[in-house]
Write a protein that binds this ligand. Structure first.
Ligand SMILES: CC(C)(COP(=O)(O)OP(=O)(O)OC[C@H]1O[C@@H](n2cnc3c(N)ncnc32)[C@H](O)[C@@H]1OP(=O)(O)O)[C@@H](O)C(=O)NCCC(=O)NCCS
Length: 193
């Protein structure tokens, strides 16, 4: 079954955050979090230096021109200060299947921001991009991120042993999934009236 997808209109606003496209001005802020080993510990890349952050930023900006656009790597800004505090992404990996992810500067952990981001990305995938399934893979030791995925209602579906080889080691990852029908039924439950 195909659903009408109206496309994502940016920025995405949440209660406290704005998820927007990156610009070339963002290099210092991107470097600040992506050069921090605490942030990249459970990510396949990094820590990144200035050169590699600049190349990454350039690639993200280039990808904004793809049509149809099916990859959204977005800057996470605090709505009240306009400070760039991290990044998130929503990418179509197969028709109807979108993968979400997020990372935040360590100073901003523990405030519920990742939960707010993940919820907004899942909502956008189902509402605007016609997703049937939203998925995320997470290192089996990344307890904080696993907790975020579970808080937004994603369900554990599998463990991939040796899912990727990166940074000189094999990575075991959990696959978490939110099927459209679960998202719809939980939305109905949380809608007043
Ligand atoms: C993972 C990450 C995004 C979480 O961001 P955050 O804004 O702190 O997340 P939230 O505050 O929304 O929720 C985190 C939850 O996990 C819990 N948590 C955090 N670290 C934990 C740990 N080591 N063990 C168990 N629970 C943990 C928090 O208490 C919180 O739960 P609560 O709301 O019930 O108290 C952030 O730590 C980060 O950017 N890490 C580096 C990048 C990364 O690993 N990204 C994910 C890749 S899959």
């Amino acid at each position: 079954m195909s659903r009408r997808a109206r496309g994502l209109s940016l920025p995405l606003q949440t209660a406290r955050l704005r998820l927007r496209d990156f610009t070339t001005e963002d290099l210092d802020a991107v470097l600040a979090y992506s050069s921090d080993p605490r942030v990249t510990r459970y990510l396949f890349f990094g820590p990144r230096d200035r050169q590699s952050s600049a190349e990454y930023l350039e690639a993200m900006i280039e990808a904004q021109r793809e049509r149809p656009r099916v990859r959204f790597e977005l800057a996470v800004e605090q709505a009240d200060t306009a400070d760039l505090i991290g990044a998130c992404d929503l990418s179509m990996i197969e028709r109807g299947v979108f993968d979400l992810g997020y990372m935040l500067g360590a100073a901003y952990w523990g405030r519920g921001y990742a939960t707010e981001i993940a919820r907004a990305l899942a909502e956008a995938a189902f509402r605007d991009l016609g997703a049937e399934r939203v998925i995320s893979t997470v290192d089996v030791n990344n307890r904080g991120s696993i907790h975020v995925l579970e808080k937004i209602g994603m369900r554990w579906e599998a463990v991939f042993r040796k899912h990727r080889r990166a940074k000189n080691r094999w990575w075991d990852c959990h696959l978490y999934v939110l099927p459209r029908e679960i998202w719809e039924s939980e939305r109905l439950l949380s809608t007043p009236g």
